[in-house]
Design a protein around this ligand. Structure first.
Ligand code: FDA
Length: 504
């Protein structure tokens, strides 16, 4: 199959020569397994039988065009992989014969300091982007996620948020142009793709509209000095009251102040206890932060000694789990930092969760499992951007996002089922306290529990069950765009956008 495919590629692309055969890997190739697993963040599916017939790692855009057209001609589905961090493994799993187009070799970042913009290819990581910006300027940054190994392609496609979200919005809010290959193999930019498709790719989720090659982004101003802190509290130290209070104020803080909450159970066995961490980035120095905290969140009792001043790029390292004095080159490593079997789910909260329900969460955390809840505050810039400006709809009215995560070491069916059951029960318990009709979820924390497309005939109406959770009223417009640009639904997976025409 590799030979037929590479013959097809030679025919499809005049630029593509036989010397590039090294970019096509079949299951007979010695490096097939290592390439397949290379960026795979969730090892839950290592033993999966749905492996690709081929993995293509194109070196140039014409090879992606050729790989796409050959896959179509040979009746194969395509999975596009940028950073491989998809929560449900959708960039490298498929139930029918398929090809992975892995963009690992398309990872250039070109920063234009004078214009305050950059072009970044989809195969780059967030770490590579942040590093490249910081090497060119000490006063520019970019608002995207915290984990440096996350790929640009999937992340920007689904929104992308991190510590700068309250000041500058999502990564997708700051995309000003893009280049993609459409289903017919044409390369389009913002002008030639038109505003509907350009709207859809900024938050409508990867894998529905084409292969995004690169993104032009607007960089944002960053102060020379920022401040970080992490304050840990146990229940005995009043964590419950602090979490309760945080819900009323975190979305209303000054937009320079981002304080997220990480709830976890630390210790081992019967000694496990709940720990709540208040983890913050402030866009300014300690002298401004401490009075601001005294005024807006005095209950936390933050003191100057809890805070560390640093440059923005050092804060990126800090949030990624590195030390501020490590060299920024640590951000270039593509070795996944927190690789483990996991299942995650998400929610949006519009009314503070009552204390009695917080107690229910603490109870569920008192057990011998590795579990987390991360609460990311919204408000600020997120409130100013309208729900339909890009497909990501969770704006004004949302206090914060919750991500629930459970991790485990042993990859057996029994263990997997046990942990997935736990997280589903927690999710069920939370239902009265979170957004409803629809119960909102974040597409970048992909969750197939919400629903799944059928293999071939995807119905828009059926898909609305999960689509409106991710996209609310924008789901219909996404399906309309899909009908126009890929009416035969070539680009598809378990949660891709179906064409609106498929109304059965
Ligand atoms: P991957 O390559 O797996 O792609 C994800 C999806 O997009 C797949 O369906 C894929 O086919 C499609 N796709 C990828 N590249 C494409 C392209 N070029 N064109 C078209 N479709 C494409 N999120 C967040 O907002 N803030 C955060 O701080 C974090 N932190 C974080 C940490 C860790 C450890 C993980 C595992 C994940 C996160 N995320 C996150 C979630 C992350 O944003 C999400 O998983 C992204 O989709 C990952 O993008 P990748 O390119 O790495 O994934």
């Amino acid at each position: 199959s590799g030979q037929i495919f590479s013959q097809c590629m030679t025919v499809q692309s005049s630029n593509y020569t036989r010397t590039s055969d090294q970019t096509i890997y079949t299951s007979n190739s010695s490096s097939y397994s290592s390439i397949l697993q290379s960026s795979q963040q969730n090892p839950r599916w290592l033993n999966s039988t749905s492996k690709p017939l081929l993995i293509v790692t194109p070196l140039k855009e014409s090879e992606i065009q050729a790989a796409l057209l050959c896959s179509r001609n040979l009746g194969l589905q395509v999975r596009v992989r940028s950073g491989g961090h998809d929560y449900e493994g959708l960039s490298y799993l498929c139930k029918t014969p398929f090809v992975i187009i892995d963009l690992i070799n398309l990872r250039s970042v070109k920063v234009d300091v004078a214009d305050q913009t950059a072009w970044v290819q989809s195969g780059a990581t967030l770490g590579e982007l942040y590093y490249s910006i910081a090497m060119k300027s000490g006063s520019l940054g970019f608002p995207a996620g915290l984990c440096p190994t996350v790929g640009i392609g999937g992340h920007f496609s689904g929104g992308g948020f991190g510590t700068l979200m309250r000041k500058h919005g999502l990564a997708a809010d700051n995309v000003i142009d893009a280049r993609l290959i459409d289903v017919n193999g044409r390369i389009l930019d913002r002008r030639t793709m038109g505003e509907d498709l350009f709207w859809a790719i900024r938050g409508g989720g990867g894998s529905s509209f084409g292969i995004i090659l690169s993104w032009k982004i607007k960089l944002v101003q960053i102060p020379k000095i920022v401040t970080v802190f992490t304050v840990h509290k146990t229940l005995a130290q009043g964590a419950s009251k602090l979490v309760h209070r945080w819900q009323y104020i975190a979305d209303k803080f000054h937009e320079d102040l981002f304080i997220r909450i990480i709830i976890e159970n630390v210790g081992s066995g019967k000694e496990k206890k709940v720990q709540v961490s208040f983890n913050s980035l402030f866009l300014g120095g300690i002298d401004r932060l401490v009075p601001l905290m005294d005024q807006s969140f005095p209950e936390l009792g933050l003191q100057a000694k809890d805070c560390i001043e640093m440059s923005w790029i050092q804060s990126v390292q800090y949030f990624a789990g590195f030390q501020k004095d490590q060299s920024p080159e640590v951000l270039l490593s593509r070795d996944p930092l927190w690789k483990s079997n996991f299942k995650a789910k998400s929610d949006y909260v519009k009314q503070p969760i009552p204390e009695v329900a917080l107690n229910g969460i603490w109870e569920r955390f008192q057990q011998d499992q590795t579990v987390f809840m991360i609460m990311d505050p919204y408000g600020g810039r997120m409130n100013e951007i309208l729900e339909f400006e890009i497909p990501f709809p969770h704006r004004k009215g949302n206090l914060f996002n919750i991500q629930y995560i459970v991790k485990w070491d042993v990859n057996s069916v029994e263990e997997t089922n046990k942990h997935i059951h736990w997280i589903r029960m927690l999710y069920r318990f939370m239902s009265p306290y979170v957004s409803r009709s629809p119960r909102g979820a974040y597409i970048n924390y992909k969750d197939l529990d919400l629903g799944s497309n059928k293999q071939d005939n995807t119905s828009y109406l059926e898909a609305s069950a999960w689509g409106t959770k991710y996209f609310k009223g924008n789901f219909k417009r996404l399906a309309q765009v899909k009908s126009k640009v890929d009416p035969d639904n070539f680009f598809r997976n378990e949660q891709s956008i179906p064409p609106l025409s498929a109304l059965f």
